[in-house]
Design a protein around this ligand. Structure first.
Ligand code: HEM
Length: 418
């Protein structure tokens, strides 16, 4: 029997999940990490040690033991460097993502049940009309950045409709979120965001409708205004970024891997199966589902220190050759961990999948002969948590005008050719 392994406390010996090497070739780092065992000491940022789980079974063990591995990050936060770049993604907030036990049992159902009631046909219409609105802004030009001009913008447009958010409030919300990303004055941007979401709660209390916000307000758990505010912010906030990157990474895969594009074009692989291939290969939320052991605890043979973040590497696990033989397009295999597992598993995987599928269908219908603009090199954004391009420049034959998407006629110029 092998002796338990103490955790390496020397920060410099830990593999960093940041820096140029990691950003450019994370797969290489994940393979090094997997070679070291199921749970490996890493650095999330220069002064932020964490334990990274890179093995499927170990990840499930952590995610399904919420009494041992808690989501409340406050004890860790008290010791974290105050200016650390990982704080915005890890700081505790009064929402379902950071809640444990009874509090989680109170906050999650209003979110989960309300998302589950989204009607597919209605959602499909929202996605089609929002996609066309974005596509028509660039089809006349013959070139576009499909990340900045399409994938990154679409989720928020669709979420606003799902949440019954009127245009004037949506505008304030988008401006506040953009200011948060710019990072110039995050406190002020946060105040604006909270003000716009509070406006939405007031508006929906006065004018209920067939939307997620109304269903959350009417949920038997009776969330108060403050609880509503924080659950709405996490639900819209947690959704937009990974969803946009899922769509962009899918376009990247289709534009760079001919066998996948051909399989989709000939119908041997459905678009939504290709979307799973993206989750196996380029999952948008890479290292997250973070928990904190309340006490020192053994996980396998490794003694985990109390309060040190335990991070699930969905990316290292999903790209493990033991799970996923290279060079195949798997059909129907959704056993990946892209949406996590256990009590905090993503409550929106179904609507997110529908949004991504319809967005890609619509884009490929309107801009079928699209190819990468190879004059502009592709770059990935830095950071331990996501797999996200900085831009996705493409070229295609320009189309002078698109029919009005609201006209209800045969709006797509290419459908008849199929
Ligand atoms: C419509 C889009 C989406 C919405 C509204 C949404 C919403 C949420 C919410 C509210 C949570 C917290 C649940 C809880 O703690 O009980 C969550 C968790 C999560 N979501 Fe999503 N999400 C969306 C899209 C995505 C996508 C595209 C991915 C990745 C492919 C993703 C991956 C995850 C993961 C891994 C978690 C668990 C995080 C953790 O435990 O720390 N989500 N999502």
């Amino acid at each position: 029997m092998t002796a338990p392994q103490p955790v390496n406390s020397d920060l410099n010996d830990r593999i960093p999940l940041y820096g140029e090497d990691f950003t450019a070739e994370p797969e290489h780092v994940y393979s090094q990490l997997r070679a070291r065992g199921p749970i490996v000491p890493v650095r999330l940022a220069p002064d932020v040690p964490a334990m990274l789980v890179v093995d499927y079974e170990t990840a499930l063990q952590v995610l399904r033991s919420p009494h041992v591995f808690v989501k409340d990050s406050r004890r860790w936060q008290d010791t974290a460097p105050p200016d650390s770049p990982v704080l915005p993604m890890m700081s505790w907030r009064p929402n379902t993502l950071f809640a444990d036990g009874e509090r989680h049992a109170r906050l999650r159902p209003p979110v989960e049940n309300s998302l589950a009631l989204v009607k597919p046909a209605q959602l499909r219409r929202f996605v089609q009309s929002s996609s066309i609105e974005l596509i028509r802004r660039f089809t006349g030009r013959g070139h576009a950045d499909l990340l900045g001009e399409f994938a990154a913008q679409l989720p928020m447009l669709v979420l606003q409709q799902m949440f019954g958010c009127p245009a004037e409030i949506a505008q304030d919300m988008v401006a506040a979120i953009a200011a948060l990303w710019d990072g110039t004055d995050p406190q002020l941007a946060n105040q604006y965001l909270e003000a716009s979401v509070t406006d939405l709660v007031r508006y929906k209390r006065a004018r209920p409708g067939d939307d997620v916000t109304t269903r959350m307000l009417e949920h038997p758990h009776g969330l108060d205004d403050d609880e509503m505010l924080h659950q709405l912010i996490i639900t819209m906030g947690a959704g937009a970024e990974p969803l946009g990157n899922w769509i962009a990474n899918a376009l990247y895969l289709l534009l760079t891997e001919r066998r996948v594009a051909d399989a989709v074009a000939t119908g041997s692989v459905a678009l939504d199966e290709a979307l799973d291939q993206v989750l196996w290969q380029f999952t948008p939320l890479t290292n997250y589902a973070i928990t904190y052991p309340r006490h020192p605890v053994y996980l396998g043979r490794v003694l985990l220190p109390a309060d040190e973040p335990v991070v699930i590497s969905m990316a290292a696990i999903n790209t493990d050759p033991a799970l996923q033989p290279a060079g195949q397009v798997p059909t129907g295999n959704r056993a990946h961990l892209a949406f996590s597992a256990g009590p905090h598993t993503c409550p929106a995987s179904r609507p997110a999948r529908l949004i991504a599928t319809v967005a890609l269908e619509t884009l490929l219908d309107y801009v079928p002969e699209v190819e990468l603009d190879d004059q502009q090199p592709l770059r990935w954004r830095p950071g331990p948590f996501h797999r996200a391009l900085t831009a996705l420049p493409v070229r295609f034959p320009a189309v002078s005008s698109l029919a009005d998407p609201t006209s209800g006629g045969s709006e797509c110029p290419h459908r008849s050719a199929r």
